[in-house]
Design a protein around this ligand. Structure first.
Ligand SMILES: [Zn+2]
Length: 467
């Protein structure tokens, strides 16, 4: 086995670098190959949060970059590379509706230097970093183009509620920032209040601030003012560079879970808890990668009362089937399968690719982890039980109990959080079911019913968005 591998790789080396390379040391061989790096794929993932450009290659790429202003653009020099057809594809892959990129130009700047100029639609703070091979990927050079004025999740939620997403668009960057304070310190609540005032106008008198108490106090103005908004964070797993699990017919988990998440969003937005309107917040609403800690941070930012991460993972055997619900464990997993799934899920950041050098991310990590409380876990299990009760009506369950393991995405210290495996995409029958509207609708129905069942016994606590 080893002998075969060795002779195979030697043959490849001989073909690539010639016999001379073999006479040199291992280091020199590697170096020689880097000089001949070739692009194997290029990808662009546009999103309001940030746009990612990925260059995947068969050897590490060395790059330098600089931001140039007015009009803003990012110039990148990649050394040891020749311009080829794969790289030229990047130019045509820019979408007109990309919120961040206006266009990309490529050229051979020097015999072994390719220059990439990314023309930008707004001021950008780039994160440029390399990733070593993981999962199906070879080496990746990544440009994450973050807006200098980031989209606030709360503003994004308001924009979603406005129904067109235009509130946080590149054409209207002002709308993408929530003012530090509003009359009630609650931008989303204020917006909902205005909506409902509009509906009630002409009828009963409406108070100026019908959103009600922010921290559990008694309603200050009239009975109709006691409303507050119940936010449920829905977290469609994976996205962008991280496809999640892939079924035998080629279905990607990330595509299925966002469809179920959007169906659940519609149901949540049409629901009330004890007269209070519910609103869904999606941690991603399109196909881009969101790091695990960012998902948690977003849910906290919007003051979510619950966090439901939606998945459809693979298992090691195609026979594995059924749905399951998972909560966080701080001390070991409830079963080997739960541990396996958590380990698998926690790989998402490696596959999706996270820039580890940033202050922002270091802060995020340190703020999040090891803060979870037993109270959070207790409520997560109650929520999980309610969801299992409903899901059991439509799908075989691998366990009648909420299983527990160290899922990074469930570590919001103050939000009951569960991860729902909607089925195993690795099972050929379940892959086909997952693709059907009927199953996606049935799952969304079960999830909203479970959420309602949980809230009926455990009324949501008043929450404020975090700053
Ligand atoms: Zn997953």
């Amino acid at each position: 086995m080893t002998g075969f591998a060795l002779s195979h790789s030697r043959r490849a080396l001989l073909q690539q670098g010639g016999a001379l390379a073999l006479l040199l040391s291992g280091v020199s061989v590697a170096h020689g190959m880097a000089g001949g790096a070739a692009i194997v794929a290029v990808r662009i993932w546009p999103a309001e949060d940030y746009t990612r450009v990925t260059l995947e290659s068969n050897a590490p790429l060395q790059a330098t970059h600089e931001m140039i202003g007015a009009p803003p653009r990012l110039a990148v020099d990649i050394h040891g590379l020749e311009l080829d057809a794969a790289l030229r594809e990047l130019v045509a892959k820019v979408r007109p509706d990309d919120p961040n990129i206006a266009g990309i130009r490529v050229g051979q700047n020097a015999p072994d230097v390719v220059r990439l100029v990314i023309d930008l639609k707004r001021d950008i703070q780039p994160q440029v970093f390399s990733l070593t091979p993981v999962a199906a990927y070879q080496y990746r050079l990544v440009f994450d183009l973050y807006p200098a004025h980031p989209v606030d999740p709360l503003a994004a939620l308001i924009a979603q509620r406005l129904g067109n997403g235009a509130g946080a668009s590149a054409n209207n960057p002002e709308a993408a920032t929530v003012p530090g304070t509003t009359a009630s310190g609650d931008a989303l609540g204020d917006w909902i209040a205005r909506q409902e005032q509009g509906q009630k106008r002409g009828g009963a008198t409406t108070p100026a601030n019908p959103v009600g108490p922010r921290s559990g106090g008694a309603p200050s103005i009239g009975r109709s003012s006691a409303q507050r908004l119940i936010i449920v964070a829905i977290d469609p797993g994976h996205g962008g560079e991280d496809p999640g699990a892939t079924g035998p017919a080629g279905t990607h988990e990330k595509d299925i879970v966002i469809r179920i998440a959007k169906k659940l969003r519609d149901r949540i937005d049409a629901s009330r808890v004890d007269g209070n309107p519910m609103r869904a917040f999606l941690t991603r609403d399109s196909d881009f990668f969101v790091p695990l800690a960012t998902r948690v941070a977003k849910a906290r930012r919007v003051g979510a009362s619950l966090f439901v991460s939606v998945h459809a993972d693979a298992f090691t055997t195609p026979e594995a089937r059924g749905a399951g619900v998972f909560a966080l464990s701080q001390h070991g997993a409830s079963s080997a399968a739960a541990r396996w799934l958590a380990d698998n899920e926690n790989q998402s950041d490696r596959i999706g690719g996270v820039y580890l050098g940033g202050e922002r991310d270091a802060l995020l990590q340190s703020a999040l982890f090891d803060m979870s409380t037993t109270m959070q876990i207790r409520h997560s299990i109650k929520l999980g039980d309610a969801l299992l009760h409903q899901i059991g009506g439509i799908e075989h369950l691998h366990s009648g109990n909420v299983e527990r393991a160290g899922f990074a995405v469930l570590k919001a210290p103050d939000i009951p959080s569960v991860l729902v495996e909607t089925a195993f995409i690795s099972n050929p029958d379940e892959e086909m079911r997952l693709r059907t509207e009927a199953y996606q609708n049935a799952m969304a129905d079960a999830l909203i019913d479970g959420i309602q069942q949980y809230f009926a016994v455990n009324p949501p606590l008043a929450r404020s968005p975090t700053a």
